[in-house]
Design a binder for this molecule. Structure first.
Ligand code: PNS
Length: 159
């Protein structure tokens, strides 16, 4: 039984995340999408809202489940019998930080990290850019799932 975890902030989930999650689900028995609930980090959506959106957009993937976590990713891995952390790599700019985290996670708990290159359609995509563009009235349709798009519009209209 190979269970991997896709950890992240997912504020909000993008089509790039979804692409990696669905490709991870094809390769492994189970995928847990773990949403970091970090009250000290300001987010547009609460951790529960992020979990809700992820659950909605992954409902068609039978071997994917969504969870919320606090603290270290390696502790989540130990507690959930996770074989490896699974991450998407967009560009060289991601590589340095991701390699540092992967090596630190291995150093702390012998937890392995697997990387998959993102679909080039989404290699420029990030939740932060989506929020920024949407905040200034730009069009982010096609970059996030439709349900996220409407929640994004609602939330930004409240600002
Ligand atoms: O989507 P993000 O914000 O790029 O995801 C970053 C995340 C959540 C994967 C990373 O910050 C993380 O693992 N945080 C949990 C705390 C932790 O384990 N820190 C030590 C990393 S070596």
């Amino acid at each position: 039984m190979i269970r991997v975890v896709c950890p992240g902030s997912f504020d909000p989930v993008t089509n790039g995340h979804l692409d990696i999650i669905s490709r991870a689900a094809k390769l492994h028995d189970e995928v847990i999408v773990a949403v970091l609930s970090n009250p000290s980090k300001q987010s547009l959506f609460t951790a529960d809202e992020r979990v809700e959106m992820l659950s909605e957009v992954t409902k068609g993937l039978a071997n994917v489940r969504v969870a919320k976590f606090n603290g270290l990713t390696v502790d989540f891995c130990r507690a959930n019998d996770v074989s490896a952390i699974f991450k998407g790599l967009r560009a060289v700019s991601d590589f340095e930080y991701e390699m540092q985290m992967a090596q630190m996670n291995y150093r702390m708990a012998k937890v392995e990290t697997l990387f998959m290159t993102t679909n080039p359609l989404y290699s420029f995509l990030s939740s932060s850019l989506v929020k920024e563009i949407a905040r200034y009235g730009g069009d982010v349709s096609g970059l996030v799932p439709d349900t996220v798009l409407s929640r994004l519009r609602e939330r930004l209209a409240e600002e």
